[in-house]
Design a protein around this ligand. Structure first.
Ligand code: ABU
Length: 385
């Protein structure tokens, strides 16, 4: 499982003490895992959301039955009524978080319809809906991730005012090498006439992104204190994982996980860690390294099938957004009010559910975890693995 040995070393202990001493400085950015008590969070915006141009990397990450939709609507706004309903849901989610005493921050409203041209490609934008994809918070550091979709090249701009402010207040701010996103980053001969083709390719470890330059989405990483887990996906390549491994050095242990997943893009609807040694593991996407977690004494929960009806459009994700939940603390979770089987699962675990409907917002590709990026959670860097 491990890219690095999981044995602790004196170096790790030293680094951990150094990191935890930061807590006393009250850095505005401070989050080490997915479940410590949440104090500040960024919630994405519906405003300005555009259907991405139907480029090869978008095709590789979407389902065949939506390809017509992308062909017709790429570069245009998502259907207005749908966005209106999604907007209502997200603003209600914000109000609920605020009522829980959590500080909610928002990205800028941006015009994602503007076409841009770089020396290597032209595109228009996507949205600022999913902070979890672009910002990776590790302790007091915010990493603006080098995402792989051309339509997401400038997405970081919507979050820049916030990141600048956090930096001024003491956070660390990292921008890994920005991918050129020229044609060499994408497998030009990716044989993808059908989704079945793609299933075979993923099983063989072949993805739309090549190893030309590092790329990764923050949502392909999931945090459990000193141990960070990542998957190679359609948008996170091995080069990107290696960049992160060297960047993290002795501060963290980076583990590469893999799954039976025909369409890996973002780990948080596949393997969502919700507590110390507690993980939701998607039963349709078994984790190849699960024995290591069992040996470490973790509890593996297989969530029930999503309740989402087939008729509801999910343009950029699977139905497993049902497990893409946001922990407010180890005993409280934000979960979709329509996902009754998942709610029952949490109740059995003794976890109180804060129920919010996010159905229409789901259509843009994310659940509560994707729609947020936790900036501050009360707690310290610890080892759970
Ligand atoms: N952006 C999260 C989508 C993950 C999934 O479809 O399974």
């Amino acid at each position: 499982v491990a890219e690095q040995s999981i044995e602790s070393s004196s170096n790790y202990a030293h680094e951990t003490r150094a990191v935890n001493s930061m807590a006393r400085r009250q850095c505005p950015v401070w989050s080490h895992n997915e479940w410590d008590p949440l104090e500040e969070v960024i919630v994405g915006r519906v405003e300005g959301a555009m259907v991405p141009p139907f480029s090869t990397e978008v095709k590789a990450n979407t389902y065949q039955y939506h390809w017509d939709f992308f062909e017709k609507n790429g570069g245009k706004a998502f259907p207005a009524k749908h966005l209106e309903l999604a907007h209502e849901e997200v603003e209600e989610f914000v109000r609920i978080l605020e009522a829980e005493g959590i500080t909610v921050r928002r990205p800028e409203i941006c015009d994602f319809s503007k076409e841009y041209v770089t020396p290597d490609f032209r595109s228009s934008g996507l949205y600022s809906a999913m902070p979890r994809d672009v910002l990776l918070v590790l302790g007091d550091e915010i990493i603006e991730c080098p995402m792989a979709w051309r339509s997401r090249f400038f997405e970081f701009r919507a979050f820049r005012p916030l990141v600048r402010e956090y930096f001024k207040q003491g956070a660390r701010w990292t921008t890994p090498p920005k991918p050129l996103m020229n044609d060499e980053l994408y497998e030009q001969n990716y044989p993808m006439d059908t989704v079945e083709d793609r299933h075979h390719l993923a099983a063989e470890g072949k993805f739309i992104t090549t190893e030309y330059e590092p790329c990764f989405d923050a949502a392909d990483f999931i945090r459990a204190g000193k141990d960070i887990f990542v998957q190679r996906s359609q948008v996170t390549n091995k080069f990107g994982i290696e960049w992160m491994r060297r960047h993290l050095g002795d501060r963290y242990r980076l583990h590469v996980l893999s799954f039976d997943d025909p369409n890996p893009m973002h780990i948080d609807a596949t393997f969502n860690i919700i507590g110390p040694g507690l993980v939701l593991s998607n039963p349709d996407r078994p984790c190849h390294q699960i024995e290591h977690f069992k040996k470490a004494g973790w509890t593996i929960i297989k969530p029930p099938a999503p309740a989402m009806p087939d008729s509801h459009p999910l343009w950029m994700s699977s139905k497993w957004l049902s497990m893409n939940v946001l922990m407010l603390d180890p005993k409280r979770v934000v979960v979709d009010s329509n996902e009754v089987p998942t709610i029952k699962m949490f109740e059995k675990l003794g976890i109180e559910c804060v129920k919010v409907s996010l159905r229409f917002a789901n259509s843009l590709g994310g659940g509560f975890h994707c729609w947020t990026s936790d900036i501050r959670r009360r707690g310290i860097l610890e080892t759970y693995f």
